[in-house]
Design a protein around this ligand. Structure first.
Ligand SMILES: CC(C)(COP(=O)(O)OP(=O)(O)OC[C@H]1O[C@@H](n2cnc3c(N)ncnc32)[C@H](O)[C@@H]1OP(=O)(O)O)[C@@H](O)C(=O)NCCC(=O)NCCS
Length: 250
């Protein structure tokens, strides 16, 4: 019987997803020029236009690496050329694959922070993924005051600085992954639901405002294998999934 893996494994021989499976891919974004050139050829016109708008070459290259890698991996699940994939987005900007006549496309979500991205893929369920570089420059206590729930604020209050930093980013990622899974963007107030705080507690959604219109038990939060210097989280709708984690060297 398959089990949820605890490592970042080599890519699978077959890109196939059962109903209960979620695949999470770790994508390096600082690539050699030759790899970037190849990935750039896969992008659609609107993606190339967006790439050109980046002021700093580093940001442009990482964008091309992210979009090109995501296209490459998603195309293998559908067995079509990467450049043929077409994306739509919901009214809050959450992207989805447009269906072709023969097969319903997988659902997916992407997150990136500095030189790493994560891509989560499922057969047909809502999911959200988040990665954040643990960087004291972006650890904003004002964010805690304005966006975290009272339970989360209390849990953070009692922590000393090094633990606080990790707990802050873990909590942030769990909240973001949930928001991204739901796909309604920041129209779901971040302080009206609560997650577990700190990587010493497994990711769990612990409270949800009834006004959101869905049940706590319909969603689950998951921790991913460690990535040094980063916090990560995955949120999934429906029954507990079987999760595989892959290193996505293209
Ligand atoms: C846009 C948002 C979905 C995520 O933004 P982010 O954390 O800056 O970026 P990430 O790298 O995690 O995700 C970006 C990707 O998410 C996807 N995405 C965009 N809108 C989305 C939405 N509404 N729902 C889910 N995914 C979305 C896209 O694939 C996007 O990639 P792209 O830039 O190549 O188009 C949104 O939740 C946001 O702005 N969050 C910031 C909120 C905040 O202040 N949080 C404080 C801590 S809780």
């Amino acid at each position: 019987m398959k089990k949820t893996s605890l490592n970042w494994d080599h890519p699978p021989a077959k890109y196939q997803l059962a109903d209960d499976e979620v695949h999470v891919w770790r994508l390096p974004l600082d690539l050699q020029a030759v790899e970037l050139d190849a990935l750039g050829l896969l992008l659609a016109t609107d993606e190339l236009t967006r790439a050109k708008r980046f002021r700093f070459p580093e940001h442009r290259c990482r964008f091309i690496a992210r979009r090109g890698s995501v296209r490459t991996i998603l195309s293998r699940y559908l067995d079509v050329p990467p450049q043929s994939l077409m994306f739509g987005q919901n009214k809050n900007g959450k992207p989805f694959l447009l269906a072709d006549a023969k097969s319903p496309p997988p659902t997916f979500n992407v997150s990136s922070s500095q030189d790493l991205a994560l891509l989560a893929v499922a057969r047909d369920r809502k999911l959200g993924v988040d990665i954040e570089r643990i960087d004291p420059k972006h650890a904003d206590r004002q964010v805690v005051a304005s966006h975290f729930s009272s339970v989360e604020r209390e849990a953070l209050e009692n922590l000393a600085e090094p633990q606080w930093l990790n707990a802050f980013f873990t909590c942030w990622c769990r909240k973001e992954a949930f928001i991204k899974a739901v796909g309604r963007g920041l129209s779901l107030p971040l302080d009206r639901f609560a997650v577990t705080v700190g990587s010493d507690r497994p990711g769990e959604l612990i409270a949800l405002d009834p006004s959101f219109g869905f049940h706590l038990s319909d969603w689950s939060l998951h921790d991913l294998p460690p990535l040094s210097g980063y916090a990560t989280a995955l949120a999934v709708h429906g029954p507990a999934p079987l999760i595989s984690h892959f290193q996505g060297r293209i």
